[in-house]
Design a protein around this ligand. Structure first.
Ligand SMILES: [Zn+2]
Length: 356
């Protein structure tokens, strides 16, 4: 473990101290010892063998990887904590913040232990992301024991995420499928967690996507100049709501990697969602989706797809995006606006934020 308590229950990081003292396990409260060799990553371990959740023996790469993950994630989400003991479910995830839990799984895990952990996190209604150590990774192959960590996403199909603690790179295998004996998938590497979350989580406001915005705005400006009916109507729709089409909030542009069913209506989808949330302040997911479906679904034609399901998942992803940007909170299928959306006067005004 990387974090222990002192006698006042203050959290002590193993890499922040260099001498022995009285330290205690945050889970079972029994005494632990600082291990601070020259080869090993500084960490704590129980003095006596304990029957404790916190007692799995962690390899060098597990400790190194956990430290690296914590550092990278903490840079993006400042409330991130390492090894917090969650009293209500009696579990101690590797990394925790109010948005998600990350488990860095390097060693084998028993099915019932995995089950118990996932049930606990579901009880707390916290999303959990399992990142696998490189023991679970093989180039061009899927290791069977990794499949119990499979997750599904509408844009990426079935996927697994890996972190190589030695070189600090992320790998994602996605669109995983199989035939009789082989697995097929696409693989992509990411330099760091930020790059991964941008690709995967579709959107976050810290992403600098200025060149994409300029491209989008040029195209829409040209459409408006050439009096394209669709874009003129959308422009009017924004005016009626006292907004400017080219001044749409940045969250609309940074919502990327969307399932390709919306076509040119993608921006309209975002605008509509935001305007509904803005006018109601608090709205149920069901109500919001019904409004969007009513306005958009008839215009989409992909007869081989179940468009309703796909549209719903796009909405869920976009809301997630807005929640990540701290403009809304989602609780029990109710969406509450907690901050005003930032609409701009025009696109110069919008691009200015990059010059600040
Ligand atoms: Zn313990």
């Amino acid at each position: 473990m990387l974090v222990a308590h002192d006698k006042n229950e203050k959290r002590i990081y193993a890499n922040s101290i260099n001498k022995q003292g009285k330290f205690y396990c945050p889970c079972c409260h029994s005494q632990v010892r600082l291990k601070n060799g020259s080869i090993k990553i500084p960490h704590f371990s129980h003095i006596r063998k304990a029957n404790c959740e916190n007692n799995e023996s962690e390899s060098y790469l597990h400790l190194k990887g956990k430290n690296a993950l914590y550092k990278q994630i903490n840079e993006l989400y400042s409330s991130t904590q390492l090894e917090v003991y969650l009293e209500s479910i009696k579990q101690r995830p590797d990394i925790y913040n109010y948005k998600f839990i990350i488990e860095y799984q390097c060693s084998p895990i028993k099915d019932n232990t995995l089950n118990k952990r996932i049930n606990g996190y579901q009880k707390l209604k916290i999303k959990n992301l399992w990142i696998l150590g490189f023991k679970y990774y093989k180039r061009n192959k899927i290791i069977f024991s990794s499949l119990k960590f499979l997750k599904y996403n509408v844009n990426y199909g079935f996927y697994l995420l890996f972190f190589d603690a030695q070189y600090e790179v992320f790998k994602m295998k996605y669109h995983i499928n199989q035939d009789d004996i082989n697995y097929y998938f696409i693989e992509k590497s990411f330099k760091n967690f930020k790059e991964f979350i941008f690709y995967f989580n579709y959107c976050d406001t810290f992403i600098d996507n200025k060149s994409n915005i300029i491209k989008t705005i040029k195209i829409i400006s040209n459409e408006l100049k050439s009096k394209d009916k669709y874009w003129l109507n959308l422009n009017d729709f924004c005016y009626q709501n006292h907004k400017v089409l080219l001044g749409v909030p940045l969250a609309c542009h940074s919502f990327t990697n969307v399932a390709p069913i919306l076509g040119k209506y993608k921006l309209e989808f975002c605008i509509l969602t935001i305007l509904i949330i803005e006018s109601y302040k608090k709205v149920s997911y069901k109500f919001l989706y019904a409004k969007i479906e009513k306005s958009l679904l008839d215009r989409l034609f992909m007869p081989m797809l179940d468009l309703k399901i796909i549209l719903q998942s796009i909405l869920v992803n976009f809301l997630q995006c807005l929640e990540n940007a701290n403009v809304i909170i989602i609780e029990k299928s109710t969406i509450t606006m907690i901050k005003s959306f930032e609409w701009y006067e025009d696109y110069f005004d919008k691009l200015n934020i990059y010059n600040k």
